[in-house]
Design a binder for this molecule. Structure first.
Ligand SMILES: Cc1cc2nc3c(=O)[nH]c(=O)nc-3n(C[C@H](O)[C@H](O)[C@H](O)COP(=O)(O)OP(=O)(O)OC[C@H]3O[C@@H](n4cnc5c(N)ncnc54)[C@H](O)[C@@H]3O)c2cc1C
Length: 500
């Protein structure tokens, strides 16, 4: 069973999704402004500690995970392990403090990036890295990984986090930063909840500038694409944002941006692309292949949310008519469909599986191998467009064991999202294996929110676990309380077929 049903269900789901998102947003806002009335952060953390201590008595050999239902995660696979593991409810959805002196915001993990960014913007700030989909949570972005078009400058989402607070397996609260429990500080990101329960995160903020000056540069061959991307990423100029959308082997648009103040804006070049009737970002960008190099000024919030309506380019799978100009005027304001509700329908009624020709993967590979990556994707999927975001992975101050295999070099996230219509398509699993092999052989990484079929040995080559395993040993009870990362994110683990 694939996603065909979604075309029929989504027109009905659309208003429900709009209501759901609006109510959630206003409740979160109300929760923020009444935060002093519903208990302190410490009291909420105490409830997590009590549950962990209860597990010690009544866990009966089960390992722990968060009680957040599977459908609420953006990960597209049904998280079967939630049915058998000991679930700990983490009701932590407050923004705790915006410290304007230290330029830090302290938040609880269930806060969404969309809400946090809007709140910061209203206060004159933003985050250095704002991952594009509004519903991603801070906990998910730390524990599962996050990046965006500013990641060539700031790196992964976790690199802008200065401190984590967790409830460990013995029920104690641990603070982890560069100086205190620094092994935990470096090992926690992308550990998928297998080192403890995250209860708060301190994140760097930067002053907000109201516009992004965005330059669209078309490229008409794969070599031109790579050299433009490389040049703009490494250029000593102040590119705050670098992103590419590849429309086919020979056509792409590379976009670079700088945040600017109101007075620097050329008013006749303003594009309020977030307005409800405006074309979806990837459709709009494609026009520059004909139009040629162009500069625009995009309101910063519109820029941050540019991929929301099209869910990159997945929305046409469930609303094939929705980009039509009349549809945009009539219904554009209720987009996007909330992916969580879609997940819920999928998991409840059709078992959570996708079409065999559906691809949804991100591979993070050194810039020098991106050309081969695009050619491989063209050959084995012919799925277009592809997303490209340069990403810094090398952290000179970080532990050696976390250094990327490619060394001190720029990486690029290559996103492959969509249905393959290739007659020679080998099937989802065989295709995924080819991508995984490519990533392994080219010092690359695979994003773990998506499915992986790697063996344990391959996984250990990609994500060297020395630091991770030593932290698991050091924290009392940790190995008993939480599954190993690979066991949790492997297909068997996610399906709940493996006893964790
Ligand atoms: C369609 C789609 C679009 C995407 N777009 C982007 C994008 O634009 N930019 C980007 O960076 N990424 C993107 N991602 C990837 C996404 O950022 C990661 O999958 C992220 O982990 C998802 O966050 P979530 O809020 O859904 O978290 P979840 O999937 O719920 O959580 C991820 C993991 O973290 C653990 N976890 C969460 N909170 C806690 C806690 N408090 N304590 C312990 N463990 C915890 C969970 O148990 C789980 O194992 C996208 C993914 C998809 C499918």
């Amino acid at each position: 069973m694939g996603l065909d049903w979604a075309k029929y269900v989504c027109p009905i789901l659309l208003p429900i999704s709009f209501l759901y998102d609006s109510i959630l947003y206003w409740l979160t806002l109300a929760r923020y402004y009444t935060r002093h009335l519903h208990g302190t952060h410490e009291e909420r953390v105490l409830k997590v500690q009590e549950q962990v201590r209860r597990w010690q008595v009544e866990g009966r050999g089960r390992k722990m995970c968060t009680a957040r239902p599977s459908w609420m995660s953006i990960s597209q696979q049904k998280l079967g392990y939630k049915d058998t593991m000991y679930r700990v409810k983490i009701d932590l959805g407050d923004v705790l403090e915006i410290d304007k002196e230290k330029m830090i915001v302290r938040v609880e993990p269930a806060v969404t990036i969309g809400f946090l960014n809007r709140l910061l913007v209203a206060n004159g700030y933003t985050l250095p890295v704002v991952p594009e989909l509004d519903i991603l949570t801070i906990g998910g972005l730390v524990m599962g990984g996050g990046l965006e078009s500013t990641s060539h400058k700031y790196g992964l989402f976790q690199y802008i986090c200065s401190e984590f607070e967790i409830v460990a397996a013995d029920g104690e609260v641990m603070i982890a930063n560069h100086d205190t429990n620094s092994d935990l500080y470096y090992a926690l990101p992308v550990s998928y909840g297998t080192l403890g329960f995250l209860t708060s995160v301190s994140i760097r903020i930067i002053p907000y500038k109201p516009y992004m000056k965005l330059t669209y540069r078309p490229a008409y061959s794969i070599d031109e694409t790579i050299s433009l991307l490389d040049r703009e990423t490494h250029k000593a100029t102040s590119n705050d944002s670098v992103e590419g959308i590849v429309y086919n082997v020979n056509q792409s648009v590379i976009m670079t941006g700088q945040y600017v103040e109101e007075e620097e804006v050329e008013k006749d070049k303003i594009n309020r692309m977030g307005l409800w009737f405006k074309p979806w970002f990837y459709k709009y960008v494609e026009k520059f292949l004909e139009k040629g190099e162009t500069i625009e000024y995009v309101p910063t919030l519109h820029f941050h949310q540019r991929h929301n309506k099209g869910t990159f380019w997945l929305t046409p799978m469930w609303l094939p008519w929705a980009h039509n100009i009349i549809a945009r005027f009539l219904f554009g304001w209720i987009l996007p469909v909330n992916p969580q509700l879609l997940n819920w329908l999928k998991e409840t009624f059709v078992g959570g599986e996708f079409e065999d020709n559906f691809n949804l993967q991100d591979f993070i590979i050194p810039m020098k191998h991106v050309k081969e990556g695009i050619l491989l994707s063209a050959e084995i999927t012919d799925v277009w467009p592809l997303w490209m975001v340069p990403t810094r992975l090398y952290q000179p101050q970080g532990p050696k064991s976390l250094m990327p295999r490619g060394g001190d070099t720029m990486y690029v996230d290559l996103g492959v999202y969509g249905l393959s219509h290739l007659k020679t398509f080998k099937g989802r699993d065989a295709t995924l294996r080819l991508f995984e092999k490519f990533a392994l052989e080219h010092d690359g990484f695979q994003a773990l929110y998506a499915e992986t079929l790697m063996t344990n040995e391959e996984f250990e080559t990609m994500y060297t676990g020395d630091l991770y395993y030593s932290v698991r040993k050091r924290i009392p009870n940790c190995e008993k309380a939480f599954p190993r990362l690979f066991d949790k994110i492997s297909r068997e683990g996610r399906q709940g077929k493996k006893i964790l």
